[in-house]
Design a protein around this ligand. Structure first.
Ligand code: BGC
Length: 991
């Protein structure tokens, strides 16, 4: 009885728990939905944020309240890359200290960080008020300097890359504005950090020069800009976040009055981490993170974006889901409620786990937060939270990049509020990005790119290249090297002078800056071409662009010739080694085009092969691929590059590639027309086979030249490395084709070009080409051909009313007769028209089995018993030789014809003489043997009569077996048809 109330109570409890669980579930759904909407920040809101950021940046530049710090870096020139010797680079980042020994090479830009040491900054130094931070930095630096500084008494040079806001008054001087990230205190705030480092170094036993200090974003920008002139922004996405960019100096209102830079631009450190806006997609967790941070109330943008905080945001959201949505069944498991227990690296690992069971997520939860035994559903939720936190960061970062680009004049930022692409094609811009979040979190990079497309529109976003300025810790040297080089090169003060009256040679080795493009680096003066050399009215500066460290040293570089005249080269700075130029529009594009062409020469190579076995391929010529071919090969980039370099015709002509279409003026150039004629002639070689001897010969329909050897085609001979070449050509082939031949080939372009030049005869004379032997008109009529052939047979002593063979005609130099025969459809066809026999026996010739046996006997003798054969394999050459002799003597043909006739008759007699009997071991040739020897006539004949019958006539054994004896029985019955049908099998048996 007492059990009843107990059961009732349990039921109530159970129902309550079910209700609670359902409530929690609803709560979790509602919560996660909120994050989904907030963090997948709508594009309109991103545009508003972008515009707000630009406003705050501009306010900062003008020193107005409410602006970003927008700190001038005093970096107004880039390192020339010609610095020599070595220096040290100190990089005090958010979590690590790195010191590198940088070697500045002989070659321009050849900097190499030869030794890099790296230490995590011990927590004790994060409280800067202890005053130990720079002592620590100086001691570690001293270790490296003492290890690597060479003797000679010169002071070691140290460049300082500093990841905190510094208000500079010069490139080598700056007061700390505030410590950020996890660094606290007021140490050095308002004091010169460079002077402090010098003092600390001295205390550590190193008397060093510290000629420059740079924010890490500035160093990143400078480092990439060093080899990539399109670099406009330097961004850090690491523990902290920030962006530096190239600004017009006259727009930096906070520069001291009367400041005169060496160039019209200066790199500005925006300090965007402190951007603030009520529109930021903030959540409760941001508030908690801010409150418990080293700097509550500041760096709010950075706290939603950078690596120091992302993992913590995700952890806090998961905690909220655990408490309010009972993500982990009502409890707060493991270390989920401990600050900073989930790092951004953990978060990235969770986000990037694409496995079906999310075992990677389980592993991270277990290791980092000691949460084990999670269900797949829980892990999916954990992963989604991490993805959303990453998404918010990436979208905010994209909006900020768009804002800075807008400030720098890129159409990305200027896209309409709807996010549509700007109408004009956006110029290529490179954004140098450094920091662990960008470098190590691939899904972050993907989301950032996608967000850029959302914010800027696809076309504008495509013109923005986000380039990692480093990869992993070792290559931080890449950032440090140029930073250090810049530091080492920092000139003391501006000393700009006019170039008037200056000897241009004085500028050798100087760095050239383009004043019309905000001081963009053009290159270094590496030669001066004097008036006498160039024939120009003024000397020319030869300027070579810097090498791209990412490319092999021999990779082509832009080169420019800049006229040394005051309008174009007005001033220079001898102290800084700078020349300032104002090139007229288009002048520097030429160099760019040359560079593009040089790159294209290499990149197009795989697509320039003509079809295999084609004439062009045999001649070693290359062809210009079409846009369609390149696109189909997956290289639309090359189509764009070709267009930029002047188009397909221009590129083809520069690279010496044959293109279908010819550029304007092509035909006016003698060498082009001559080459086309050479190719035209070469394309008209045709291979024939002498029906009697089965030997191949080649006949050229243009020159009417005939040769027994395969003709040597014109060959391409390269004249230089820049694509100039010439074609070799046999003197015999330097022929001017006839009008009818050119037109018959459908080459109206060629025909037109020849007519334009005054006709075929005139063109032939101009180009030194003799007229082709005009196709013998008189042989066009059958009676004339008959008459000519008769005369030929008579002259050569050949049998009358029987077609001569091709070889006889060729050897006698009567290509005209051969041509006429070929034009009439060949020997058999012509013979039929003339009512003559051919030498080649037609099918009818083999009706007589005895004739077959005679021919086969000869074949067997030649192949199996050459020593017995009356005529050796060389026989077929004898007659032509005789004829050749005769032809050579044609001048005395009449006197010699008697002798010739005798020779011919002798030959004929020999042919008809009885061949010796076959030895007993002789065997019937197989069909394969006959086919190999080209004796299809004999194959046919054997089929016709049956191999065994022929064997019987020859007195040799017909080896056969089983089912294959039908041939013989059929033959015995007199059915030659059946025998013919069975013969191949029988003959095969004999093989
Ligand atoms: C600092 C910046 C720095 C950025 C990246 C921020 O906290 O204020 O100066 O560039 O972190 O390291």
């Amino acid at each position: 009885m007492q059990a009843l109330p107990l059961l009732g109570g349990l039921a109530v409890l159970l129902a309550h728990r079910v209700r609670e669980a359902k409530r929690a579930c609803r709560e979790m759904d509602a919560l996660i939905d909120e994050y989904r909407q907030l963090f997948n920040t709508p594009v309109e809101r991103l545009h508003a944020l972008r515009d707000a950021l630009v406003e705050q940046l501009e306010a900062g530049l003008a020193n107005k309240p409410g602006g970003l710090l927008a700190l001038p870096s005093y970096v107004d020139v880039l390192p020339s890359g010609h610095e020599r010797g070595h220096c040290f680079a100190v990089d005090l980042g958010g979590t690590n200290l790195r010191v590198a020994h940088v070697q500045l090479g002989e070659e321009r830009g050849a900097t190499e960080a030869t030794h890099i040491r790296e230490w995590p900054i011990p927590d004790e130094h994060l409280d800067t008020d202890k005053g130990t931070l720079l002592t620590y930095v100086a001691q570690r630096t001293a270790e490296v300097v003492q290890e690597h500084a060479g003797g000679g008494g010169a002071k070691p040079v140290v460049g300082f890359c500093f990841s905190f806001p510094v208000e500079q008054t010069a490139v080598d001087n700056g007061r700390v504005v505030v410590w950020t990230k996890n660094f606290r205190g007021t140490y050095l705030v308002g004091e010169d950090v460079v002077g402090a480092l010098r003092r600390e170094l001295a205390a550590a036993g190193v008397d060093a020069e510290v000629p420059a200090i740079m924010n890490d974003t500035v160093a990143t920008l400078v480092a990439l800009r060093y080899g990539e002139p399109d670099t406009q922004l330097g961004i850090i996405l690491g523990a902290g976040t920030n962006c530096a960019y190239v600004e017009r100096a006259d727009a930096i209102g906070k520069l001291p009055a009367g400041f005169q830079g060496r160039t019209p631009t200066m790199v500005v450190n925006s300090e965007w981490g402190d951007f603030r806006s009520p529109l930021l997609p903030s959540c409760e967790e941001d508030l908690w993170i801010d409150c418990s941070s080293a700097h509550p109330g500041s760096g709010l943008f950075e706290k939603q974006i950078s690596g120091l905080y992302l993992g913590e945001v995700a952890r806090r959201i998961l905690l909220r889901l655990a408490v309010k949505g009972e993500l982990f069944g009502g409890a707060v498991p493991g270390l989920l409620d401990r600050h900073f227990k989930l790092t951004t690296a953990d978060m990235a690992a969770i986000d990037e786990d694409d496995s079906a069971g999310l075992l990677g997520v389980a592993e991270v939860l277990d290791r980092a937060l000691q949460i084990g035994g999670t269900s797949l559903q829980q892990r999916q939720m954990v992963r989604e939270v991490c993805q959303l936190v990453c998404l918010r960061s990436a979208r905010l970062c994209a909006a900020a990049i768009a804002g800075i680009l807008q400030r720098a004049g890129h159409p990305c930022g200027g896209a309409s509020a709807s996010g549509g692409a700007a109408s004009a094609p956006a110029p290529h811009v490179v954004v140098a990005v450094d920091g662990s979040v960008f470098a190590k979190y691939s899904k972050y990079r993907e989301r950032l790119r996608a967000a850029l497309e959302d914010v800027c529109g696809k076309a504008a976003a495509d013109s923005i290249e986000l380039r990692l300025a480093q990869d992993g810790s070792a290559s931080s040297s890449r950032r440090l090297s140029p930073a250090a080089a810049a530091a080492a090169a920092a000139p003391p003060a501006s000393s700009v002078k006019s170039c008037a009256g200056l000897a241009p040679e004085k500028l050798l080795g100087f760095t050239v800056l383009n004043m019309t493009k905000q001081g963009a680096l053009v290159g270094v003066v590496d030669d001066v071409l004097a008036v006498a050399e160039t024939g120009e009215a003024q000397p020319l500066l030869h300027v070579r662009a810097p090498a791209d460290p990412a490319l092999p040293e021999e990779a082509p570089r832009e080169e420019h010739l800049i006229p040394f005249v005051p309008q174009i080269v007005p001033s220079y700075d001898p102290t800084a080694g700078l020349v300032f130029v104002q090139p007229p529009s288009g002048l520097l594009d030429l160099g760019r085009q040359q560079l593009l062409l040089a790159h294209l020469q290499r990149d197009l190579e795989p697509y320039t092969s003509p079809p295999p076995l084609s004439l062009l391929s045999r001649m070693g010529l290359r062809v210009m691929p079409s846009a369609k071919q390149l696109e189909e090969a997956g290289r639309p980039d090359l189509v764009t590059a070709v267009k930029q370099a002047g188009g397909f015709l221009e590129v083809a002509s520069y690279l010496g590639l044959r293109s279908q279409r010819k550029p304007a003026g092509f035909w006016e150039d003698d060498s082009n027309l001559d080459e086309e004629l050479t190719l035209f002639v070469a394309a008209h070689w045709t291979r024939f086979q002498d029906p009697e001897s089965r030997q191949s010969y080649w006949y050229n329909q243009i020159t009417h030249r005939i040769t027994w050897e395969e003709p040597i085609l014109p060959e391409r001979v390269d004249l230089d490395d820049e694509g100039s070449y010439m074609l070799t050509e046999a003197e015999d082939d330097r022929v001017m084709p006839s009008k009818s031949a050119v037109k018959a080939a459908g080459r109206y372009d060629l025909h037109h070009a020849i007519v334009q030049r005054g006709g075929y005869t005139a063109t032939g004379q101009q180009l030194g080409r003799r007229s082709a032997w005009p196709p013998s008109q008189h042989l066009g009529s059958l009676p004339t051909l008959r008459q000519e052939l008769r005369a030929f047979l008579k002259e050569t002593g050949l049998r009358p009313n029987r077609m001569p063979t091709a070889s006889q005609l060729v050897d006698a130099g009567r290509g005209d007769l051969l041509q006429a025969i070929v034009q009439r459809g060949g020997f058999v066809a012509t013979a039929r028209m003339l009512g003559w026999a051919t030498q080649r026996r037609g099918r009818s010739a083999w009706q007589d089995p005895q004739a077959v046996a005679t021919e086969l006997r000869q074949f067997i003798l030649e192949k199996q018993f050459p020593e017995l054969a009356g005529r050796q394999p060389g026989r077929r050459r004898q007659a032509p030789q005789v004829l050749q002799q005769w032809a050579a003597q044609r001048g005395v043909q009449q006197q010699r014809s008697q002798q010739q006739q005798e020779l011919q008759q002798q030959e004929q007699r020999q042919q008809e003489a009885d061949v010796p009997a076959l030895p007993p071991e002789a065997r019937l040739p197989t069909h394969a043997e006959l086919a190999r020897a080209g004796r299809h006539d004999l194959r046919y004949a054997m089929q016709r009569h049956g191999s065994c019958m022929v064997a019987a006539l020859l007195g040799i054994e017909c080896r056969r077996s089983g089912a294959h004896n039908r041939g013989l029985s059929a033959a015995a019955e007199g059915s030659s048809e059946a025998a013919a049908a069975a013969a191949p099998a029988c003959a095969e048996e004999a093989d």
